[in-house]
Write a protein that binds this ligand. Structure first.
Ligand code: UT7
Length: 327
């Protein structure tokens, strides 16, 4: 019997004040509230101001999570920020957060696994603490996708939004994270990519003129992959945790599209009242989506002590990941 577990000690989140509605988007591209609502479930999303960066929201979410956990920044051993929109390629956004928090003894790095980033970061931090790397970790999912969205491309610009969520993890002698499962398949990499700005296509006039610094996505292909992998990843992590998905008290899936969420829940036989949804308010916030949903669910009283949570995500890479947590 194990006597060392990793528990979530506190959660926090932060989103920009500015709201962009479907009605606003109707005035920007050839789209309609009706199309966006029926195809995605999204009604509005939050958009960062020019001076606000991913670290802005990562920091606020982290401060709230630390406060909720009753943990001082100086006690953190590890900071992982999952993001596809770091403030810069380097230094890592985790280091910017570390500095602002004053987390003097923590090491920190960014982790990029598309929209699955937070679940990857959660699993990595859990394993790091279990292996004896320290006692406390801060895991953040944070994005300012509005800065890499092509505001002329109606197929993608209606989907994404900005925000951040964070959790503080700590070593405990009773169950917390019961199991995690991660996977990737680079064969699907071209289905969702941001082509330029790094070693393949360094920034040039051509990359700018060809709009290669923006998200490119084959939406329908990603949709089919998502529906399949959400079910597979959920079943595999439930098997590892020794539970059935019908026992899950709250299902917190990546918030990309209400149709993907409902179809996965149906296949997993999870009833509607046990699914947490906030995609209508924030759109797809990539790495931030699951921790933002987790924090809202907790603050709304949807999570009680002892509850079994199922977190599952998918995204660019292609990647997928899932976790079962005993709260
Ligand atoms: O976190 C991972 C990131 N990615 C995702 O989660 C995305 C997964 N994919 C999806 O959510 C869906 O595929 C979308 C919401 C992106 C699209 O829904 P769809 O049912 O797969 O539509 P579609 O791409 O097959 O497009 C249907 C039609 C097309 O018109 P035609 O070719 O049938 O005439 C599009 O041009 O809808 C058109 N369309 C739009 N119309 C109005 C595409 N975007 C828009 C739009 N407004 N914003």
């Amino acid at each position: 019997m194990r006597n060392r577990w990793i528990k979530v000690l506190g959660t926090g989140s932060s989103v920009p004040d500015r709201v962009l509605t479907n009605g606003d988007l109707e005035r920007m591209v050839d789209t309609s509230d009706e199309w966006i609502t029926t195809r995605t479930g999204i009604k509005e999303r939050r958009i960062a101001e020019p001076q606000e960066t991913t670290a802005t929201f990562a920091l606020r979410a982290s401060q709230r999570a630390l406060q909720e956990a009753g943990i001082a920044p100086e006690d953190l051993d590890l900071i992982v920020v999952a993001t596809v929109t770091p403030d810069m390629l380097f230094p890592a956004t985790a280091c910017l957060v570390q500095k602002e928090l004053g987390a003097k003894k923590a090491c920190g790095f960014d982790l990029e696994a598309g929209c699955t980033g937070f679940v990857y970061a959660l699993a990595v931090a859990e394993k790091y603490l279990l292996a004896g790397g320290g006692e406390k970790a801060l895991v953040v999912g944070a994005e300012t996708l509005s800065k890499i969205v092509d505001w002329q491309d109606r197929a993608t610009c209606v989907l994404f939004g900005d925000g951040a969520g964070a959790v503080v993890l700590g070593v405990a002698d009773e169950p917390g994270i019961l199991a995690t499962y991660l996977g990737c398949d680079g064969n699907g990499g071209s289905l969702l990519e941001l082509p330029a700005g790094c070693s393949r296509f360094p920034a040039s006039f051509d990359t700018v003129n060809n709009r290669l610094h923006y998200i490119k996505m084959s939406g329908n292909e990603v949709f089919k992959f998502a529906v399949r992998v959400m079910e597979e990843a959920s079943l595999e992590v439930a098997r590892r945790a020794g539970i059935s998905t019908q026992e899950v008290d709250l299902f917190i899936p990546h918030q990309a599209n209400i149709r993907i969420i409902n179809s996965a829940a149906k296949r997993l036989e999870i009833p509607e009242e046990r699914i947490f949804v906030n995609v209508h308010k924030y759109g797809n916030t990539s790495s931030a989506s699951i921790p933002l949903a987790l924090d809202e669910a907790y603050r709304e009283g949807r999570i009680r002590e002892g509850d079994l949570l199922l977190l599952v995500g998918f995204g660019a890479g292609l990647t997928w990941g899932s976790a079962i947590i005993r709260w």
